[in-house]
Design a protein around this ligand. Structure first.
Ligand code: FAD
Ligand code: MLT
Ligand code: ZN
Length: 512
């Protein structure tokens, strides 16, 4: 039975909390949750890199005017990843401000065979952003200059360390916005976003970064600066080398500047939050949304019931309606004309109600309400960590199979008493599910039950073992499930060409 579809402008009218404050609270709560050292938990051997000595440190101090952290306690948060999966033990965090400083650091490290871990906001989810052993951390948090925002062309040029949310705020003054949006926007850097080819919540409408990044500037392992910072929409002069850096996760070079095509900020935004009885109903609603909303469809996200409890129970957030449902969908529209968009949304909502595809729903128009509902979705990553330890998988599957992995894994893990939750949510509109197994603490037994099974399952369905988070430290040995042997050989050849001594982000991305 369909309950109702309410149009809400007042619900949750409370002011929303900025991303940075949410993140700080999260870190405070998780401080006790320190993972075991990566070198002890995983079978990996330190490469033949130099051990940092006083002369090396003195060189960095002189170069960076003391923008360097060497105190082990202060280094701790730079050594641990956001979801507390991995931990390195670097005693040196470098904070350059300019491309020239990055270049000098890398030239020195290359000459002295010092391994380097590039790091932006350290929100990466595959263990790529922290050292495995004692790699020097090159953190971009002081590279945060915005050079230009062109209100007519929509092109933004900035340094790699700009925080995504800050860029969005700066663009808003020009009537523009960033083409991507992530739950981590209050912390992640644009350089990190480009290095991971981050997807996020509005990829369905605005495409991925291979489309919107117009140019990058990057520094190779030997310190050479490569200027690919074109701000042109069209430029077919030879190979597009910028694409090599998009999604390269710090193994080919350090991205220092980016030029990005930014869309106009939509004048009309609406968000439908729906409760549904089954995945079959979800697929029908997706199809209808594509048909009825067409070009204004900006986001189509799915959350299953068990995942939603992470928000309601762990984070104590409130659902817009009192009942629980097996599935929830968030469907957002972005347009330039309120009346036009409302007409489309009305047709869509009437159609799905008439066909009894949903059990309940709310259409939010007020920005404060929309933000509150998104909080239920955007804070899931944080909520899962509060379960204890989370095994996280980021998978692309054919749309009919989007959810099929979850019941298969629920069955497979059913006897294990330490498992708290086996659930899924994600970017339905892009065919990208985030599959989670959470438990009180890390367990080898649970890990062996999940991997490589989850990758074999994905590969059999011709899916991808990493839709948007990348390969990082956690997945190099599984790349072959999604890439042919020939393409892995070419990737390795490119790595050797860009970084012959292998100093950049070792143990990551490429299979051993
Ligand atoms: P980091 O985590 O610091 O680094 C990520 C990788 O990029 C590492 O391998 C690092 O070595 C490399 N790197 C960083 N900066 C540079 C640079 N300047 N040059 C070269 N290499 C560099 N991801 C998505 O795709 N979609 C989402 O919806 C999404 N939501 C998230 C929500 C939350 C709450 C969290 C915690 C994470 C989320 N992520 C998501 C993952 C993560 O935020 C993204 O991958 C983000 O793009 C990483 O940016 P960062 O600055 O934190 O990079
Ligand atoms: C998301 O879509 O929420 C992100 O990719 C982060 C995650 O999977 O935890
Ligand atoms: Zn995601």
């Amino acid at each position: 039975m369909i309950r109702c579809l309410r149009i809400s402008t007042t619900m949750f009218a409370k002011k929303s909390i900025p991303g940075t404050i949410l993140f700080k609270r999260y870190f405070d709560r998780c401080l006790s949750n320190i993972p075991e050292l990566t070198k002890n938990r995983y079978p990996v051997n330190r490469g033949d890199y130099a051990i940092l000595n006083d002369n090396h440190v003195q060189f960095f101090k002189n170069l960076l005017d003391n923008r360097i952290i060497t105190d082990p306690d202060e280094c701790e948060s730079y050594n641990i990843d956001w979801i507390k999966n991995v931990r390195g033990y670097s005693t040196c965090v470098l904070k350059p401000k300019t491309t020239e400083e990055v270049s000098k650091i890398l030239a020195f490290c290359n000459e002295n065979r010092i391994a380097v871990c590039p790091q932006g906001g350290n929100t990466g989810l595959v263990g790529g952003s922290v050292p495995v052993f004692d790699e020097v951390i090159l953190n971009t948090s002081l590279m945060r200059t915005i050079y230009n925002i062109n209100g007519t062309s929509g092109v933004l040029i900035c340094q790699a360390g700009c925080v995504l949310e800050d860029l969005d705020n700066a663009l808003a003054e020009h009537g523009l916005m960033m083409p991507l949006d992530l739950g981590a926007k209050g912390l992640c850097h644009i350089g990190g976003n480009v290095a991971t080819n981050a997807g996020g919540l509005r990829l369905l409408r605005y495409g991925n970064l291979h489309g919107s990044v117009l140019g990058v500037e990057a520094v190779k392992a030997d310190g050479q600066i490569i200027d690919l910072l074109s701000a042109l929409k069209k430029d077919n002069t030879g190979f597009h080398l910028k694409h090599l850096f998009i999604g390269s996760e710090g193994v080919l070079g350090i991205i220092t500047k980016v030029a990005i095509q930014c869309p106009p900020k939509p004048l009309a935004i609406n968000l439908a939050f729906l409760g549904l009885p089954s995945f079959k109903h979800v697929l029908k609603v997706l199809k209808q949304a594509k048909r009825d909303l067409g070009e204004i469809l900006a986001s189509c996200e799915l959350i299953d019931q068990s995942t939603m409890r992470v928000s309601t129970e762990n984070l104590k957030l409130r659902l817009p309606f009192p009942e629980e449902y097996p599935f929830y969908m968030l469907i957002e529209s972005h347009g330039s004309n309120t009346v036009h968009d409302e007409e489309k949304l009305t047709v869509f909502l009437e159609e799905i109600m008439k066909n009894e595809l949903i059990l309940n729903g709310i259409l939010a128009k007020a920005p404060s309400t929309i933000r509150k509902i998104w909080e239920l979705r955007e804070r899931l990553t944080e909520g899962f960590v509060l379960d204890g330890y989370v095994f996280k998988y980021d998978i692309s599957l054919p749309i009919e199979n989007f959810y099929s992995l979850v019941p298969v894994m629920q069955e497979r893990l059913s006897g294990l008493k330490d498992v708290i939750r086996v659930s899924g949510y994600g970017h339905l509109g892009d065919g990208n599910i985030h599959f989670q197994v959470s438990c009180r603490e890390f367990s080898q037994e649970i890990l062996q039950k999940i991997e490589p099974f989850v990758y074999e399952y994905t590969s059999k369905l011709r899916g991808s073992i990493s839709a948007e988070h990348g390969i990082g430290f956690r997945k190099p040995k599984y790349v072959h499930y999604s890439k042919s042997p020939e393409s892995i050989v070419i990737m390795k050849q490119l790595k050797t060409l860009f970084d012959p001594k292998g100093i950049l982000n070792p143990y990551k991305v490429l299979p051993p």
